[in-house]
Structures are given as C-alpha cells and as structure tokens.
Design a protein. Structure first.
Length: 362
C-alpha cells in the first residue's frame, strides 16, 4: 500500500505547518506540498496530482469555495474543507459539500486555531477515508426541487414488490435515515425526490457537529417540498415534515400516552464515538409500537446504525430496511456493515431510494 499524498491549502502559515505536522504523524500519509490560497492550490493540484486536498474555506486571492468549484469541474479529486464554527462558516461548509467536497473538519477556535490538535485524530481519519472515497456523480444541476412538481405522483420502473401500508390518520408512516460522510449531498437527492403529500414523517441522523446541522436543515428546507427542520426536544412529529438530529445530541423517538410520537433529545454518552448516533435513534424506535416504518442506511464511515437495525428487524412495524448500494456511496462503511449484518431487505443506488419510498408510501 502506497502512502496517501496530501496537499494542504491554507492562507495561514501556522495552520499549514500544524496540519502538515498532524498528518505526517501517520506513516501512511505524506504531505507533498502546501499552498497559500485557492489559486495556488489549483496550480499545485495540476502539477502534483495529490490523492487528497485539505482546503481552508476563507482565503484571499481565491477562497476555498471558488477553488473547490474549479477543481470539481476540471480536476475532480477528494477535497476536505476546514471551516470555522460560526454560522457563516457552517453555511459555507454546506455549500462546499454541495459542490463536491467529500467531508469537512471544523476548526475548534476560528481560522487560526491554536487548539487544532483537539481534532487531530479526526483530521487523520477523514483524510484516510477521503483517499478511498468515490466522488459523488450527481451534479447540483440535477436537483429538481419537488415543490415544482405539484402533486404529480412519483413513478418509477422499480420491479421491487410494493409493501402497502395500513392507513393511520395520525402518523401512518415513518422514515428513519442514518448517514455520515457524503450524507448532506445524498440527503439532497433523496429528499428532493419525495413529494409534499407523502404520508410520513422523516427522522434523520447525520453525523455533524453543533451549528452545522442547523445550516444543513435550512438548506434542505429550501430545496425540498417537505418541511425540513433541526429537531427540538419534545417536538411532535407531523406528516410531511423532516427532522434532523442537532449536532452533539442523540435524537430518540418517543410516544406519549395519547399515542402521539415526539422527539426526545439527550446528551448521554456518545455511542461508538458518535453523538448524534444512528444507533440511538434506531434502538429507541425499536422499543415502541411503530406505524409502518422504513429504515435507510446511506453513505458513511464506520458501522453506526448496524446494532440498531438488529433491534428494529424484529419489530412488526418495521416494513423494510434499505441500504445504499456501494456504487453510489462516497464511503461504503455504514451500508456495508448493515448489509453484512444480514438485516437489510433491499439495496438500492442513491438515485432510486427516494422514488422507491415515494412509490411504496403513496
């Protein structure tokens, strides 16, 4: 196995050195060069053909978003963005993920983070994952917001057998989704293929730190026909709404004595290093008398969700467990683990997950 060749792009000499030093600790990573801005980064990508680029968002001459857009069009390769923990930084990060960045790393304390070592394990792990990542083949121009489709019923040529659901006036169906690396863009593709009149509430766990899930939910809300929001503790579930677990909180499904389903948030210990955790959502759902429930595991590192699937598999309300096919995963970790567990019913490429859910639920 040859070393992963990395180009570090940051306008701060301090950050360039620290990030390079962190990456160089790993025997399988080699920092081949550094660049001071996006323009210089593009030139060095052309010249050196690195395996992975780490790219700061805020830089003079050409910023990270401009450089990323150019690279994705002309020299596509895995790019990890480094972003500040501000609202503006979170918004820019979501845009970067749309443009094709594989992942991002939040700087703990602003553009020049003297405490960047707090996330050094994360930096190394994400660079290694990015080196084996597949670049998402779905360009932004392919997204068609479902709002423009009116009430047109989504049709598909899927030959899978439909499992018709039993109607319930309060909450007839649930969709539970777990994802990580590559998830923000994958969620765009799935949610924009669900029509406004789909008779379900959607709960999503996307591995992200605090602040970023708010920006993600706001962005998805502008694109989807459904109402997308960052979940709040005690929030009642409504048909046609999508709830995204906030960063640093586990999201659990709960039910009141009246039968109303609602969201519970907590900050109990991370599960396998994750908070929010997909397992936390799935395992909480498995304790309840569920309506017809469809479960989806999509692109991401690791195995979060697999343990929860085992619990859900035996629940009568769980109608189908779907995993994203390897061919469309940015990182085939979570779906691979789910499939290997033997609890997955259906494997679908990303572009067919949304249409399939629409078809079985309408």
């Amino acid at each position: 196995m040859r070393k992963i060749r990395v180009l570090v792009v940051d306008d701060s000499a301090f950050m360039r050195k620290v990030i390079s030093d962190i990456l160089s600790q790993d025997p399988w990573i080699e920092v081949i060069d550094k660049a001071r801005n996006g323009l210089e980064g593009i030139e060095k990508v052309k010249k050196l053909s690195p395996d992975v680029v780490t790219m700061d968002v805020e830089m003079p001459t050409m910023n990270g978003l401009e450089a990323l857009e150019h690279l994705m069009k002309h020299h596509p390769l895995p790019v990890i963005m480094l972003s500040s923990l501000t609202h503006e930084g979170a918004t820019e990060t979501i845009k970067a993920l749309e443009l094709g960045a594989v992942d991002f790393i939040p700087k703990p304390s602003g553009s020049i983070s003297l405490d960047i070592h707090k996330v050094e394990d994360q930096i190394i792990a994400k660079v290694k994952a990015a080196a084996g990542a597949k670049l998402n083949k779905h360009p932004i121009s392919s997204f068609t917001p479902t709002r423009e489709k009116g009430n047109e019923k989504v049709r598909s040529d899927l030959t899978l057998i439909k499992k018709r659901v039993t109607p319930n006036p309060d909450l007839p169906n649930l969709i539970l989704i777990g994802t990580s690396t590559g998830g923000p863009k994958a969620l765009q593709i799935v949610l924009t293929s669900l029509p406004a009149h789909i008779p379900a509430a959607v709960l999503i766990v996307q591995h992200m730190p605090p602040g970023f899930t708010k920006s993600l939910s706001q962005r998805l809300d502008t694109l989807s026909a459904l109402h997308v929001t960052e979940a709040e503790d005690g929030m009642d579930l409504k048909v046609g709404s999508v709830y995204i677990a906030p960063g640093d909180y586990h999201m659990e499904l709960k039910r009141r004595n009246t039968g109303q389903f609602y969201i519970g948030l907590n900050q109990t210990e991370p599960k396998a290093g994750h908070r929010p955790s997909v397992d936390a959502l799935f395992e909480s759902a498995a304790l309840l008398d569920l309506p017809s429930t469809y479960v989806v595991v999509m692109t991401g590192m690791g195995s979060d969700g697999t343990r929860g699937l085992k619990a859900l598999k035996s629940v009568s309300g769980c109608k189908q467990i779907i995993a994203e096919d390897e061919s469309t995963c940015v990182v085939f970790g979570m779906p691979k683990s789910a499939i290997a567990s033997g609890n997955v019913d259906t494997v679908l490429p990303l572009s067919k997950i949304g249409p399939y859910l629409a078809e079985v639920l309408i």
